[in-house]
Each structure stands twice: as structure tokens, then as C-alpha cells.
Design a protein around this ligand. Structure first.
Ligand code: NAP
Length: 488
């Protein structure tokens, strides 16, 4: 099906999925691997070994995949013959990660001399035992790669523990810490926009930029994940990883090359320059929210406290808004507003870079507000738009805001891969640039931990907001205080 990829080691590829029956495997990983196969981006030698505890044979596993995974491939991409070919790559290996003999069975199922990619799509509490047992079974060699799903720790100490445990058996260059936001075409495009052009760079700093907003809004509630979510909250689930990674791409200095370490060194500098929050900063510059009963998508939905498996009186936040600062020359005094929440009005992820207004209002009847914004939309659709002022046709000199729309769909007329597909291809080809390095992950926790701990000290209830809204009033006040407002 494929020719060797540029990074192909020439070894047969065994992709080994832990949690091969799980939700992530069914909804994202297998459909992404199918798409990679469909487009010739998997080596012809690929085999996918899915592991799980259930006592089933290969036929039953394939039936499970038919039932739970196939529907996540759009009909435009579905091809019966290709699907059958893809299913031929799949094997099922019954394995309990606590049972050493099961890893011997895995060793027998994996080909001698294969390049092994271990995708750990299980709870992180199992990562240590999986890596130890893989090594004991002789499955880890210099060609092996391991992919780690989030959440990578609960705080700095637990993240260090995971990193130590995985690092005992895999070199840092073999470890792929996945954050699927880094796999989005538009996020990668932001790097090209910033560093592949020279027009933006002189403007990309204080005082030309007055503020940056990053929003990741989900329409869904906590659903069936309450058991996990209540011990986690929005800060750990979204801000510490996805929002900080987006902030790094916006704020980083130009790297000297595109090698993984050159890019990740620059992101690390941003994380280390994030101003630490004192208790007074936390009280003033952060807002925690929790959704209450409301209407979402024309349907009445319960509040967080009424959801199944949420403990009575839980103070877990389902919403966070905060004002962060990056203490560098480039970003001196530029606020970075971060916001994420569940049960928001609609699913919407975007980065908004606001430029300072002209110093002098030359034109009469100029509309108030911000003249120029670069808006990078990540979800539900990916788009890049520049808002600028233009003259309204006719006599007079009246201004109106218009959008320069970088219409990447028409410009390229090319399929855009989903984030998981793109990142899985990166893993297969050995490209680490869009994965987090250990020190990045730990620096993100070093910034997030004092905020989470500070909330514990303050011990306040989160502000409530109606499901289907844009979050609590205090989040709007956070920006209004500085003369800004959220761009929905
Ligand atoms: P899940 O549906 O609960 O699946 C977890 C898998 O772990 C199950 O298939 C289970 O296999 C396996 N497992 C548990 N204990 C095991 C053991 N002792 N031995 C072998 N396998 C064991 O979870 P998920 O939603 O797929 O999530 C997997 C990981 O990805 C989690 O860390 C999650 O936080 C992360 N993640 C998930 C999503 C998502 O959208 N689902 C998004 C981002 C990150 P059996 O029960 O079949 O044995």
C-alpha cells in the first residue's frame, strides 16, 4: 500500500495499543489509523496489536471494532475494500497489565526485530507497571517508541513520578507526550504564519499587541466522566495542558530551526516566564465556575451537581477564566486571558490577538472597540481571519470593520487530516516537534500547581453559571476591568 516513509527505519511496524477496547481507541485512534492507511501513510508492514483484558478472540474484537469504531469514519472517507484491508492489520492480544505472563504472550505476538510503538491509552496510573513489564519482557529496544495520553499527572510530583517511571526504560527521544491541540492544522499553521512571513513579526509584541485571548469552550457537560472529572476539574483537564500549549505557540520566540528541541526550547522559555500567582493574584485574576441547570442545544440539561456520580456539594470547577502574564520584553504588560468551560453556549476554540488602536481618532463616527484583531479559530471549524477597518463605500469617510479571511480550504483544496491522524503519522515517522518534552510538562505543572493549591487555601465555592451560557459574570468582569471583552 505504501512506499517507505522518509523516517522509515526499514523495520516492520508493530503498533501496540494498551486500552485497545477503550473509548479513545474506538473513537479516535483506530479511525485515525484507518485514515492514515487509506492515504498510504502507514508502512506496508504495519500490524496493530490491540490489547485488553476481555477474554475474546480476534473475530470478536473485529466485531467490536465494526460496532464501535467504524461509525467514526465519515461516509466520504469510508471504503469497504480499504476497511477490509485495514481490519487485516488488526490483532487482539488478551492482556492484563498486572500479569507478567501476559506480556510474554504479547512478546510472542510481536514480531522479532519489529519497530514497536506502544500507545498507552489507559489510565496513567497504569503507565509505570506497563513500562516496567514491557522492559522485563524484552519488548523495549532502541527503536521502540511510547505514546503517552493525558492526563500526565495530577500535579508536579505525580508528573515527575510518571516521567521517572517511563524514563527508566525509554530515552526522552523515544517518548511522545500527546496533546492533540498541537496536531491541529491551524495551530501548526500559526507557526508558519508567524515565522514563515516577515510582516507580522515586528508587530507581534508589546506595545503593538494589547491583549491575547485563548478560549476552549465545550458545549457538552461532564457526561459519563464524572468519576474522573470530579477529582480533576477544568484547570487540570484543560488549562495546564491544551491552553498552555496554545499560549506557547502564540508567545514563543522564533526558534532557530524546526528540530524538536529548538521548538521545544522556545516553548519551555515561555512556560518558565509565566508569572507565578500569589494568593492575592489568584483572588483577583482567576475565576472558577460550575455549571448549573440550563438549556443547551434547545434541551434542558442538569447542573453539574445533579449529574450522575458527582458528590453532593462538590466544589470542582467546570469553568476557569484567568489573566496570565509572561514576564519577557516581548510580552511586558500584555495580558493573556485564558478561558475554558463545559456546557458553554457552543463548542468554540479560538485564539484572539488584539492589536492596539491607532493613537488618534482621525475618522469621524469611528465605531468603538478594537480596530484590529487576528482571530485563529480552531473549533468547530478551522480558520484564520484578520479584522481591519475599511472605508464604507459612498461619500464621507465612515469606517467599518471587515475581515481578511485566509481561506485555506480554497487555497489548498486539499484534505485536512484530523489531529490524531497527523500526530500518529508523526509518531510513525519519528517526528517529535509537536509533542511535549518532559521539562515542558513539568514547567506547566510548576505554574498550575500554586493556582490549584491557592484555590484550596481560599476554599471558595465556584461561581455558578447557567448551562448554555458563556460562563459566570465574574469572567466578563475580569476583562472589563482592563477595558477588554471576550470575543465570542
Ligand atoms: P476507557 O474507555 O476507560 O479505556 C481504558 C482502557 O484501559 C480499557 O479499554 C481497559 O481495558 C484498559 N485497562 C484498564 N485496566 C487494565 C488492566 N489492568 N489491564 C489492561 N487494560 C486495562 O478510557 P478512554 O476514554 O479510552 O481513555 C484512555 C486514556 O486516554 C485515559 O488516560 C484518558 O484520560 C485519556 N484520554 C481519553 C480521551 C477520550 O476522549 N476518551 C481523550 C483524551 C485523553 P479492558 O477493560 O478492555 O481490559
Amino acid at each position: 500500500m505504501t512506499s517507505p516513509t522518509e523516517f522509515d527505519t526499514g523495520l516492520p511496524l508493530d503498533m501496540i495499543i494498551f486500552g485497545g477496547m477503550g473509548d479513545l481507541a474506538m473513537r479516535k485512534l483506530l479511525p485515525a489509523l484507518y485514515m492514515a492507511y487509506l492515504h498510504g501513510n502507514l508502512p506496508a508492514s504495519t500490524r496493530i496489536l490491540s490489547t485488553g483484558r476481555q477474554e475474546i478472540d480476534r473475530e470478536a474484537y473485529l466485531a467490536h471494532v465494526e460496532q464501535h469504531s467504524r461509525s467514526f469514519i465519515t461516509s466520504a472517507n469510508f471504503n469497504e475494500k480499504t476497511w477490509d484491508g485495514f481490519l487485516k492489520l488488526l490483532e487482539y492480544v488478551r492482556l492484563d497489565v498486572q500479569a507478567a505472563p501476559d506480556f510474554q504472550a504479547l512478546a510472542r505476538a510481536s514480531r522479532d526485530g519489529a519497530q514497536r510503538v506502544f500507545y498507552l491509552s489507559t489510565a496513567p496510573a497504569l503507565f509505570t507497571t506497563i513500562c516496567d513489564k514491557l522492559a522485563d519482557a524484552g519488548l523495549v529496544d532502541g527503536h521502540a517508541r511510547v505514546v503517552l495520553e493525558k492526563p500526565l499527572g495530577h500535579d508536579l510530583a505525580s508528573a515527575v513520578d510518571i516521567n521517572e517511571a517511563v524514563g527508566r526504560h525509554f530515552a526522552e527521544s523515544q517518548i511522545y507526550r500527546i496533546d492533540h491541540y498541537l496536531g491541529k492544522e491551524t495551530v501548526q499553521n500559526l507557526m508558519v504564519l508567524r515565522f514563515g512571513n516577515s510582516i507580522l513579526e515586528p508587530l507581534w509584541r508589546a506595545p503593538n499587541i494589547s491583549s491575547v485571548q485563548i478560549t476552549v469552550a465545550e458545549e457538552v457537560g461532564v457526561g459519563s466522566r464524572a468519576g474522573f472529572y470530579d477529582g480533576t476539574g477544568a484547570m487540570r483537564d484543560m488549562v495546564q495542558n491544551h491552553l498552555l500549549q496554545l499560549l506557547c505557540i502564540v508567545a514563543m520566540e522564533p526558534p532557530t530551526s524546526l528540530t524538536p528541541d529548538a521548538v521545544r526550547d522556545e516553548k519551555l522559555k515561555v512556560l518558565r516566564s509565566l508569572r507565578r500567582f500569589t494568593l492575592a493574584d489568584i483572588a483577583r485574576d482567576t475565576v472558577r465556575g460550575q455549571y448549573a441547570h440550563g438549556v443547551s442545544g434547545n434541551q434542558e440539561v442538569p447542573g453539574y451537581l445533579e449529574e450522575r456520580n458527582v458528590p453532593a456539594g462538590s466544589k470542582t470547577e467546570t469553568f476557569v477564566a484567568l489573566r496570565a502574564h509572561i514576564d519577557t520584553w516581548r510580552w511586558s504588560k500584555v495580558p493573556f486571558y485564558l478561558r475554558t468551560g463545559k456546557r458553554m453556549q457552543r463548542r468554540s476554540s479560538k485564539i484572539v490577538v488584539e492589536f492596539t488602536n491607532p493613537p488618534f481618532p482621525l475618522f469621524p463616527d469611528a465605531p468603538g472597540g478594537v480596530a484590529n484583531r487576528l482571530v485563529i479559530e480552531l473549533q468547530p471549524e478551522e480558520a484564520i481571519k484578520l479584522q481591519i477597518m475599511a472605508k464604507q463605500p459612498g461619500s464621507g469617510m465612515q469606517m467599518q470593520q471587515v475581515e481578511l479571511n485566509l481561506d485555506l480550504h480554497s487555497a489548498f483544496q486539499q484534505r485536512r487530516a484530523e489531529a490524531y491522524e497527523r500526530l500518529l503519522i508523526d509518531v510513525v515517522r519519528g517526528r517529535l516537534t509537536h509533542f511535549m518534552r518532559r521539562d515542558e510538562l513539568e514547567a506547566a505543572w510548576e505554574w498550575a500547581d500554586p493556582i490549584i493549591n491557592g484555590w484550596g487555601v481560599l476554599d471558595e465555592k465556584p461561581h455558578t453559571y447557567a448551562a448554555g451560557s458563556w460562563g459566570p459574570a465574574e469572567s466578563f468582569a475580569l476583562l472589563a476591568r482592563d477595558g477588554f471583552s471576550w470575543v465570542e
